[in-house]
Design a protein around this ligand. Structure first.
Ligand code: OSB
Ligand code: MG
Length: 379
């Protein structure tokens, strides 16, 4: 394929409600939609999921935009690409910046699928036609408010409820949820808020029969998680610690987790996600697809990866309207009773609606072979 142009559509969206984790609160969502255009005028789309600030991981949107503009978009317009699985190798000399890499690679994958007349799910080898989804609920000011949120989402039929925890907002809060809602599929995500010094608290959570505890300890850590997993019966699920195929292999070999949350952006794209999928499947480690508060494009990429066989647990890809008054795609993503139908038409399976997107658009950068910025300095 010949990609002639990459457009970086930089959006500022506002979520319906603030989302609070152990690392902070966000409501403004800075999102970059990558559009890869081929020589016949066909467009593929990807989404950069970096946060506004480097709180979840080291990546942040301003840095990702520079990385895309300066390195990854130019590589894609300057090289002939036969298949999207070459893109990771093309980007490899440049270290990390996985979310920037994944956004560009995602647009190439969508374009490839469209050129072949396939859905993105088909193009990556996915078979499921429906996927089960859960929901991730942020911390609320009071437990009572959280219980109301949980009630709403249980009523909407989400297949599992994930709540955020942090020291001081854990045991009592989880107990109240269990008391009110009985044995609903429930899990907790700590976003790295604990250390092994908190082992007694983490052990106490075993009493609540959680499906898993997500990323209790430091991002990047595998050793302490392995120690923790030996001490608790609740399965540990790693999110932040799995940022590559190699870290997934390390976690599996060390016994750092029993479940892995795959985020396409965090691991550097669909090609790496597939590699981790195949590895985990071989080792009987179930997967689910995490979320990064995506707009529609990223949401559809998440659904596509979830159609692979070893994504056996409900992910965080909730309906568009859980986050946005108006998403940027038509049709929007809709979960009914916690089930999303996989659109099998072609590519990501919905159109980017420029009319809707333009209301959020701040800037579009265009990278072509004739316009590849070498140095971005105070600009
Ligand atoms: O840890 O899974 C996380 C959102 C932003 C950053 C990190 C995480 C999350 C979520 C929400 O839990 C997932 C979603 O609904 O998109
Ligand atoms: Mg998480």
């Amino acid at each position: 394929m010949k990609i002639t142009e990459i457009r970086l559509h930089q959006l500022l969206m506002k979520m319906k409600t603030p989302f609070t984790t152990s690392f902070g609160t966000q409501q403004d969502r800075f999102i970059t939609i990558v559009e890869a255009i081929d020589d016949s005028g066909l467009s593929g789309f990807g989404e950069c999921v970096s946060g506004e600030d480097p709180l979840y991981s080291e990546e942040f949107m301003d840095a990702s935009i520079i990385a895309m503009k300066k390195y990854f978009a130019p590589l894609v317009v300057q090289n002939e690409i036969e298949h999207p699985d070459e893109v990771w190798e093309l980007f490899k000399p440049f270290k990390r910046n996985n979310m920037a890499k994944a956004a560009i690679e995602g647009a190439v994958w969508d374009l490839h699928a469209k050129q072949k007349g396939m859905s993105l799910s088909e193009a990556i080898g996915g078979k499921k036609r429906q996927v089960e989804v859960g929901i991730s609920l942020g911390l609320e000011d009071t437990d009572e408010l959280l219980l109301e949120r949980v009630q709403e989402k249980v009523d909407e039929g989400y297949k599992r409820i994930k709540v955020k925890i942090k020291p001081g907002r854990d045991i009592d809060m989880i107990r109240k949820i269990r008391e009110r809602f009985g044995d609903i599929p429930l899990m907790a995500d700590a976003n790295s808020a604990y250390t092994l010094d908190d082992i007694e608290t983490l052990k106490a959570l075993d009493a609540f029969d959680l499906m898993m505890i997500e990323q209790p300890l430091a991002a990047g850590d595998l050793i302490d998680h392995a120690k923790l997993q030996k001490e608790i019966s609740t399965p540990v699920c790693l999110d932040e610690s799995i940022d590559s195929y190699e870290s997934a292999l390390g976690a599996i070999e060390l016994g750092s987790c029993r479940i892995i949350n795959v985020k396409v952006g965090r691991v550097g794209g669909l090609t790496q996600s597939i590699k981790i999928h195949d590895l985990a499947e071989k080792h009987d480690i179930p997967l689910w697809c995490g979320g990064m508060l995506e707009a529609g494009v990223g949401r559809l990429h998440n659904i596509a990866i979830t159609t692979l066989s070893n994504f056996t647990l409900p992910g965080d890809t909730a309906s568009s309207n859980r986050y946005w008054y108006e998403d940027i795609i038509t049709p929007e993503v809709v979960a009914e009773d916690g089930i999303v139908d996989v659109n099998t038409s072609y590519g990501i399976g919905a159109d980017v609606d420029f009319h809707k997107m333009n209301q959020y658009l701040k800037k579009t950068d265009v990278i072509t072979e004739a316009n590849t910025p070498d140095m971005i300095f105070y600009n």
